[in-house]
Design a protein around this ligand. Structure first.
Ligand code: GDP
Ligand code: MG
Length: 163
């Protein structure tokens, strides 16, 4: 299996929640393969009968915005290098932030597919708010709730369609 998807995004948008949900069905395998490092977690997901590697980035040490910015830039570059496709996760409850915009600009440099996942869209009101993320200018956009699972199937379908 060689297809790898990396989840990037600023802290607290829900990357690890999504990663854990993805890997839930395959815990046994995850335990076998995951090399848990300080800043990244690796796992194997299974969807539509296709398996793919997933990288959860993050695990940042709390610090100033500058520290975040530098660390996030590093994580995004590693993710671009290691992955075949990227899930760029954002959070509708905080709206579009400056960090989201600077990450979006970094991600514009890769020709690899970037899927924008607007997370925490737990209900219909949130879905209305989340439409502001169309202005990020990313073609592939998914409104999801990592908590309820809503919308995550469409995102995973898009990934397995690439494999
Ligand atoms: P990370 O820093 O991007 O890995 O974010 P986490 O996965 O640690 O999640 C940060 C916080 O957001 C936690 O309190 C989660 O429970 C919460 N969270 C994650 N996904 C959702 C979601 O879909 N809806 C809501 N309401 N909260 C979420
Ligand atoms: Mg995390």
């Amino acid at each position: 299996m060689s297809f790898t998807v990396a989840i990037v995004g600023r802290p607290n948008v829900g990357k690890s929640t999504f990663f854990n949900r993805l890997l839930e069905q395959r815990k046994a395998i995850v335990d076998d393969v995951s090399g848990v490092t300080r800043d990244r977690q690796y796992g194997v997901a299974d969807w539509n009968g296709k398996a793919f590697n997933v990288i959860d980035t993050g695990g940042f040490v709390a610090g100033s915005e500058d520290v975040f910015e530098t660390e996030i830039r590093k994580q995004v570059q590693i993710a671009i290098d290691e992955a075949d496709a990227l899930i760029f996760m954002t959070d509708t409850t905080s709206g579009i932030t400056e960090l989201d915009e600077s990450m979006r600009d970094l991600l514009r440099r890769t020709t690899k597919p970037v899927l924008l996942a607007v997370n925490k869209v737990d209900n219909g009101d949130r879905l209305l708010e989340a439409t502001e993320f169309y202005s990020m200018g990313i073609e592939h956009i998914f409104f999801i709730s990592s908590m309820t699972g809503s919308g995550t199937g469409e995102l995973l379908d898009a990934i397995t369609d690439m494999i």
